[in-house]
Design a protein around this ligand. Structure first.
Ligand code: HEM
Length: 507
């Protein structure tokens, strides 16, 4: 009696297992997923994600291919290191990949996914992007804010001339560049300068920049809850607690700005009020009066925060890398200076309207962004539906990383890819498919809206410094070009250089 029972049970189990395995195989056949390196149970490929991440992911692509599917815990990650695949994603599949993954950073550092940078694709994002374009990025606004950029660059030149004597003197540049970018953003947003002479709030600005930097570092750290949802409630590493505490400081600062400006505006009546209505925050507060449901304080604070977080360190890091590259390549520094001396002269300071004439300066910035893109992995996107990329099936909710660092240094795309050769951009239009080889600002709907602003600021500042001072390295040794850790790419060592004013600055 017992024997047939066990045989029967074994037969049922065998049939079930067979069915299960054929269904699985069937799924495998149905799905043509992108190639994937060997992985570990549970964690998938998370053990391969080591700092600096852009370099480890570049090595993975070299070994296993330019389109890879990784698994980070429970999340699928599509890693792309090819410009033609990036082009396919940002054209044919742009809408599908126009969303952002819901990571903890968006909850705590983006007012619960309500800032333009981390909001999911949809009406809220569209409205925020439209408002920011009107207020900050449109050609009219860029032209209107030109005097702010020029004023802040003049301040930088004046401060530098004060810190260097007539003979070569050592100056520290990193903090000067950060202060310049921060001042430009806060002047545009709220009409306040935080660094310079007679400024009361420099300490506050330093604190808030530390908050931003710590925030960016934390965003780059692996948060296990993002990859293992069952661990989310635990906050094993205390990362969520840190995020909440940093954001409380940030919010306090931003609310202070909004309240202060609201008070100034309400104290300024009638016709006087029209005169002060030039700042971005004033326009936003006016919109709040008309549409209080949409333009809440939270939305306004989010817009200001995005300018500070997305605009400051990216622009100042690019300036720092560009200057470091010129110090290591004095012949290129000389070429920039010769171009400015020929096209602008030594009688007056460089102005923004001179920039279109300065093609070599533009090539130097392109080459800097190629070698040291400030956000080497761009910002992650997420597929909102299943799609086929390069013939591979990519399931919905897959996170997308484009490795700009790997594309920019691919020997199949660039001759001597690690060499600094601004000349390679002579006659380069960056149009069509060619544009995806230099992808430091991303592309498509979620591409960087601040590219025009950043490019003007960085060229104006670098050009003015080269026009107004002689520059040299501190010693015989080349400037150390190692990159620091994190999702953005700061220099490992703050840049210092020797400088001496040129006659223009002494006049
Ligand atoms: C050299 C300077 C800069 C670089 C290299 C840079 C690069 C980038 C990159 C790679 C992205 C992500 C693109 C993607 O998702 O595919 C981005 C997004 C963004 N950037 Fe920039 N950026 C710079 C300066 C700025 C400035 C000055 C601002 C504003 C003041 C700004 C505002 C933004 C915003 C708002 C987004 C989010 C766009 C969205 O999700 O719709 N950026 N930037």
């Amino acid at each position: 009696m017992e024997e047939p029972f066990w045989y029967g049970l074994a037969l049922i189990i065998f049939t079930l297992l067979l069915k299960l395995s054929t269904t699985k195989l069937g799924q495998k056949h149905k799905k043509n997923l992108p190639p994937s390196p060997p992985s570990l149970p549970m964690i998938g490929h998370l053990h391969l994600v080591k700092q600096p991440i852009h370099r480890t992911l570049q090595a993975l692509a070299e070994k296993f291919g330019k389109v890879l599917l990784l698994r980070w815990g429970s999340r699928r990650v599509l890693l792309v290191s090819s410009p033609s695949v990036a082009e396919e994603l940002f054209t044919k599949h742009d809408i599908i990949f126009a969303s952002r993954p819901r990571l903890l950073v968006g909850k705590h550092f983006a007012y619960d996914f309500t800032t333009v940078t981390l909001a999911p694709y949809g009406d809220l994002w569209r409205n925020l992007r439209r408002v920011m374009t009107l207020e900050v990025f449109s050609s009219a606004r860029l032209a209107q804010f030109s005097s702010i950029r020029q004023g802040e660059v003049r301040l930088l030149l004046n401060q530098t001339v004060k810190s260097c004597a007539k003979s070569m003197t050592k100056v520290e540049l990193k903090s000067k560049f950060t202060e310049l970018s921060f001042n430009v953003m806060t002047m545009m947003a709220v009409g306040k300068r935080y660094y310079g002479e007679n400024v009361l709030d420099a300490e506050e600005a330093k604190n808030i920049q530390k908050v931003i930097r710590d925030g960016v570092d934390i965003s780059g750290a692996t948060n296990f809850g993002d990859f293992f949802p069952f661990l989310q409630w635990m906050d094993m590493t205390g990362i969520e607690k840190k995020m909440v505490s940093l954001m409380a400081k940030m919010d306090n600062f931003l609310q202070g700005l909004v309240d202060e400006r609201r008070e100034i505006l309400s104290a300024t009546c009638g016709s006087n009020r029209k005169e002060v209505k030039k700042l971005m925050i004033d326009n936003l507060l006016a919109l709040q009066e008309k549409e209080p449901q949409f333009y809440t304080d939270q939305i306004i604070k989010g817009i200001i925060m995005v300018m500070l977080v997305a605009g400051t360190d990216t622009s100042s890091a690019t300036l720092e890398w560009a200057m470091a590259l010129l110090l290591n390549h004095p012949e290129a520094m000389e070429k920039v200076r010769a171009e400015i001396d020929t096209k602008v002269g030594q009688e007056r300071l460089l102005e923004e309207q001179d920039l279109p004439k300065l093609t070599y300066l533009q090539n130097v910035i392109n080459e800097t962004l190629r070698l040291y893109p400030p956000t080497p992995l761009l910002v992650p996107h997420e597929a909102s539906e299943d799609c086929v990329v390069r013939g591979f099936d990519v399931p919905r909710h897959t996170m997308l990383f484009i490795n700009a660092w790997a594309i920019h240094r691919d020997p199949e795309l660039w001759e001597d890819p690690t060499k600094f050769k601004p000349e390679r951009f002579e006659g380069w239009s960056g149009e069509g498919s060619e544009g995806y080889k230099l992808i430091a600002f991303g592309a498509g709907r979620r591409g960087c809206p601040g590219a025009g602003l950043a490019s003007r600021l960085v060229r104006l500042a670098l050009g003015s410094l080269v026009q107004s001072f002689e520059w040299e390295r501190i010693g015989e040794e080349n400037v150390d070009m190692s990159e620091g850790l994190g999702l953005t790419m700061p220099r490992a060592k703050p840049l210092e250089a020797m400088c001496k004013p040129r006659p223009l600055m002494l006049a």
